[in-house]
Design a protein. Structure first.
Length: 88
């Protein structure tokens, strides 16, 4: 993973970590269910953004490198990884 993406992901993950701690407090304080669910949705969206950025970096570097190498085995491996990921 390149340095810029790694730094941005780490920042976002730190924020998510704080959000999750806040969620735990909300549960402990018996806060209104809809407020908790709203915050859960915000955390899920933030995690999807991290996932998107990591995947974009993977395609831009690892997959691109496999294609440029001309190594068919490595190319097929990278494509299979992506297909497996989409299938989850």
């Amino acid at each position: 993973m390149n340095f810029i993406v790694r730094t941005a992901c780490r920042k976002r993950l730190n924020r998510i970590e704080g959000q999750v701690r806040g969620l735990a407090r909300m549960v402990d304080e018996d806060r209104y269910c809809i407020d908790i669910v709203t915050q859960i949705a915000a955390v899920a969206a933030a995690l999807r953004r991290v996932e998107r950025d990591v995947l974009r970096d993977h395609v831009g570097h690892c997959v691109e490198r496999a294609i440029a190498s001309g190594n068919r085995i490595e190319q097929r491996k990278k494509v299979a990884e992506l297909i497996d990921l989409v299938g989850r």
